[in-house]
Design a protein around this ligand. Structure first.
Ligand code: GRF
Length: 217
């Protein structure tokens, strides 16, 4: 599915209700919770949804007093039905911005159509380099000197939507997947709340494949 070009504005979202989708540890979820708690991000997390019951991020949500919902793909006949169930759960809670934070599933048409231009993802590389799994390992194996993190709008193309913000991270001699991932993750935690703030402020448009901020924002 190609996304329609949207010109002139990103709608200001007065309610600013975020839904966060996770599959695992939830450290990026925590960075969003912390940014809201310290007043750096004016928003509410309405619900956290995980496809896995054992995602540690679900407990982070509960600890922060946020509804934590496990929706198992096994309870639905196919991917479309599962994505529809997620979209409905989010819409019932008044969510108007969806943030993927380590959500290890492809986002299908029902979700994309329910939140056009309003699903974000964070990825641990400087896209378009190293999309998909194990981005930090890919970067090390390729031998790049600089990698990083990217927050982008989600489209039907895996890790391929318009780029909102990026941060560069040097690859150091002797780096392992673990040491590099830790350094990238620190940047992710800084980047994601900033990108969410930019999107919620609404001064942007999508032109072709570019996320364009309105001058002055
Ligand atoms: C992060 O590296 C993120 O970029 C990627 O998955 C990881 C999730 O980590 N999409 P966490 O669950 O937020 O700690």
């Amino acid at each position: 599915m190609t996304m329609p070009t949207k010109k002139g504005y990103g709608p200001f979202l007065p309610e600013r209700r975020i839904g966060v989708l996770i599959s695992g540890r939830g450290s990026n979820l925590q960075s969003i919770i912390d940014a809201i708690d310290c007043g750096q991000l004016a928003a509410t997390i309405a619900v956290v949804v995980s496809n896995r019951a054992d995602a540690a991020g679900l407990q982070r949500a509960r600890d922060a007093g946020i509804e934590a919902l496990h929706l198992s793909p096994r309870d639905y006949p196919d991917r479309e039905a599962y994505d529809r169930a997620i979209a409905e759960a989010l819409q019932r809670r008044g969510v108007n911005l969806v943030c993927l934070a380590g959500f290890m599933r492809l986002v299908g048409r029902p979700l994309l159509e329910a939140f056009p231009h309003h699903i974000l993802n964070i990825h641990p590389s400087l896209l378009p380099s190293f999309p998909g799994l194990e981005a930090q390992r890919q970067a090390l194996e390729y031998g790049v000197c600089v990698t990083g993190a990217t927050v982008h709008l989600v489209t039907s193309e895996l890790d391929g939507g318009p780029i909102i913000l990026q941060a560069a991270v040097p690859v150091l001699p002797g780096d392992t997947v673990e040491t590099l991932s830790a350094r990238v993750l620190a940047e992710e935690h800084r980047l994601y709340p900033d990108a969410i703030r930019i999107v919620l402020e609404g001064l942007w448009s999508v032109e072709g494949r570019r996320f364009v901020r309105t001058v002055g924002s």
